[in-house]
Design a protein around this ligand. Structure first.
Ligand code: XIL
Length: 373
């Protein structure tokens, strides 16, 4: 079982393990464990009890939006930066870093004992790269220039949050969507003569900057699409074979083009576990557009959430599941140009009024179920 960092595991332990010294300092601690019949556990408490992270993302308005901050601190034990640690968001003007929003999220995680996932160092799509990057790589030797910029970026960002960001997505979505090849549109693919050198460099730099951080390669559709899985597996196996310091693989899990099957998820998580790696579901949302014939799409949605949380709970190497957006009112799917025409997607665990949906209890029960005595 992957071990947790002492700071958050103390908090989780305080809430669920009944350690008397810790309980004394924890006024809201339940007197039962999540496995007791009358237990009234949150998703985050249940996750902590089975040694997992149940996470969600920060939102555009930040943590000053108190009802959302409250929802996150009560129901989750992990948080991922949604946009504020992307290269494009941190460095809008070449050479000028703005850490204001990222600092807020890291502080929020620390103040509330939440594990922090840093998303993401290198991503070539949407708001991942800075607007100035293409022009920088247009002059001279693009590979040499990108190597310099990568070093500067990782040293600055991973260095700043050393010891505070537990897990980093180092590279995001290397593959073409629903395919097994590296995306030829990626500026990283185009700049490097050999794409593997780009991957190796990204992970080596991150490891040098924070040797204790868990370093992940994150991909979008590999949990339900065979080509994506095959392509991801090939890249990851290469990293492992070359001794590149990778710790884990992220399955994003945006279910807008297909749905996962629990047995397949378990197999795919285990395939990376067998390479000695950790696994996480990093960006889970389940669009109700996937259930056009359902009597109640929220019941069908709950079944998918149960499959994903349950599969993660079953596989020892799977350390957590993070939902992308904390509530339906904030979902990126309703705002993204590609997906907005099919809105509302209502893909998260909480509705627009911040009430838990059927998927919430289903996810919590699915986490606990494989660990019942
Ligand atoms: C999305 C954010 O949620 C949006 O707010 C932003 O406009 C675009 O990016 N895969 C990823 C995430 O790895 O970074 C993306 O997040 C969603 C798809």
């Amino acid at each position: 079982m992957a071990t947790n960092e002492p700071s958050w595991s103390q908090v989780v332990g305080c809430l669920v393990l009944g350690l008397s010294v810790l309980l004394a300092s924890c006024s809201d601690a339940p007197s039962t464990t999540c496995f007791d019949v009358d237990a009234d556990c949150t998703l985050g408490e249940a996750a902590g009890e089975v040694g997992r992270f149940a996470g969600t993302t920060s939102e555009a308005r930040g943590w000053t939006d108190e009802p959302v901050g409250d929802l996150v601190r009560r129901n989750f034990n992990s948080v991922t930066s949604q946009n504020e640690l992307k290269w494009g968001a941190l460095v809008r003007t070449r050479g000028v870093y703005d850490f204001a929003h990222a600092d807020e999220t890291v502080a929020f995680a620390e103040e509330n004992g939440l594990r922090m996932r840093g998303h993401v160092l290198f991503w070539h799509r949407l708001n991942g790269p800075p607007a100035w990057l293409d022009a920088e790589l247009d002059i001279g030797d693009p590979e040499a220039r990108l190597r310099e910029l990568m070093r500067e970026h990782v040293e600055t960002v991973v260095g700043r949050y050393k010891g505070r960001i537990h897990t980093w997505d180092v590279v995001n979505e290397p593959l073409v969507l629903l395919g097994d090849q590296v995306d030829p549109e990626s500026m990283f693919f185009q700049a490097f003569e050999n794409y593997e050198d780009f991957l190796d460099l990204a992970f080596r730099l991150a490891h040098e900057a924070d040797p204790d951080a868990k370093l992940f390669l994150n991909e979008i559709f590999a949990s339900f699409n065979q080509s994506s899985f095959d392509g991801l597996y090939r890249l990851v196996q290469g990293l492992v074979d070359r001794g590149t310091p990778i710790d884990g693989v992220g399955f994003q899990g945006h279910y807008i083009f297909g749905l996962p099957e629990r047995e397949v998820l378990v197999e795919r998580f285990q395939a990376f576990a067998d390479l000695g790696l950790l696994v996480e579901v990093t960006e889970l949302d389940v669009s109700i557009s996937q259930f056009p014939n359902a009597v109640d799409p929220f019941v069908s949605q709950a079944e998918v959430y149960a499959d994903v949380f349950g599969a993660c709970s079953e596989v020892e190497a799977c350390i957590g599941v993070t939902t992308w957006n904390s509530h339906d009112g904030a979902t990126w799917l309703d705002r993204d140009a590609t997906f907005a025409p099919r809105a509302p997607h209502s893909p998260t665990l909480f509705d627009e009024e911040l009430n838990p949906k059927p998927a919430y209890d289903a996810a919590r029960e699915a986490l606990l179920e494989p660990h019942r005595g």
